[in-house]
Design a protein around this ligand. Structure first.
Ligand SMILES: C[S@@+](CC[C@H](N)C(=O)[O-])C[C@H]1O[C@@H](n2cnc3c(N)ncnc32)[C@H](O)[C@@H]1O
Length: 210
C-alpha cells in the first residue's frame, strides 16, 4: 500500500492554522492508517480505548470519539464490544474514511476549538485520542468535552509529550479539578509511536455536574 511522502506529514506537523491543518489531513486521509500504525508504530488508539473500557465497563454506553480521524479508536472499541459510538472530526476527508469502516452510528463534522452544537450531558463518555497535540486542539477543548458528558461520565484522552509541556494542558486540567468540573481517575505515561520513541500522557477523568 502507498505510504505518504514526508511532504504530506510535514504539512500536518507544521500547520500554523486550522485551514492549513485541514488541508494537510485532506491529503493524508487515505494513507493515515498505514502511515501511523505501520510506519510510526502508533499505538495510542489501543491504550486509550482500553483505558476507556477499564473506567466505563459498560458496552452499551453512548460514546463520542472526538477527533476520530479514520476511526482507529472505534476499531479497538468494537473489538472490546462497544457499538454505540458517534464520530466527530473537523476534516471531511478523515470522516469519510471513518464512515467507510461502518463502526459509528452518527458522523459530526465540527471544530473542537469552538462551541459545539451538541446538547449538554449527551454522552456517557468522550474519548479523544491523538488530538491534544501540536497545532490541533488547545486546553480549552477540555471544557467542551466536559459539557457534553453526563455527570458521572468518563473523559479519556491522550496528550502528546512535548505539547503537554508547552501548551498549558496540565494547568487547565488542574484548574478544572479545582472547579470540581471533573475528577482525575488516572494519568499515566504511555507509548504513542513505538518506532519514533514518542510518549504521551493518557488521562482518564470522571465528570461532575457542569
Ligand atoms: C492525529 S489524528 C487522530 C485521529 C484518531 N483519533 C486516531 O487516534 O487515530 C487527529 C484528528 O483530529 C482532527 N482535528 C484536528 N483539529 C481538530 C479540531 N479543531 N476539531 C475537530 N477535529 C480536529 C484531525 O482532522 C484528525 O482527524
Amino acid at each position: 500500500m502507498h505510504k505518504s511522502d514526508n511532504k504530506v506529514l510535514n504539512k500536518v506537523y507544521t500547520a500554523t492554522n486550522h485551514e492549513e491543518l485541514m488541508d494537510a489531513y485532506k491529503d493524508w486521509a487515505t494513507d493515515y492508517d498505514t502511515d501511523t500504525v505501520e510506519r510510526f508504530g502508533y499505538v495510542a488508539h489501543l491504550s486509550s480505548a482500553q483505558a476507556l473500557h477499564d473506567a466505563l465497563n459498560d458496552r452499551g454506553a453512548h460514546i463520542l470519539d472526538a477527533g476520530c480521524g479514520t476511526g482507529l479508536v472505534a476499531e479497538t472499541l468494537a473489538h472490546l464490544g462497544y457499538r454505540n459510538i458517534d464520530a466527530l472530526d473537523y476534516s471531511e476527508e478523515m470522516l469519510e474514511e471513518a464512515e467507510r469502516k461502518g463502526l459509528y452510528k452518527d458522523y459530526i463534522q465540527a471544530d473542537l476549538s469552538r462551541d459545539l452544537d451538541i446538547e449538554k450531558n449527551k454522552y456517557d463518555a468522550v474519548v479523544c485520542t491523538g488530538t491534544f497535540t501540536y497545532g490541533h486542539i488547545e486546553a480549552d477543548g477540555f471544557e467542551r468535552l466536559i459539557r457534553i458528558t453526563r455527570p458521572g461520565g468518563i473523559n479519556c484522552f491522550t496528550i502528546r509529550d512535548g505539547a503537554y509541556q508547552e501548551y498549558g494542558y496540565r494547568e487547565k486540567m488542574v484548574e478544572l479539578e479545582k472547579q470540581q468540573a471533573w475528577e482525575l481517575l488516572e494519568m499515566r505515561n504511555e507509548t504513542y509511536f513505538t518506532k519514533e520513541s514518542v510518549q504521551c500522557k493518557l488521562c482518564t477523568y470522571k465528570v461532575f455536574a457542569s
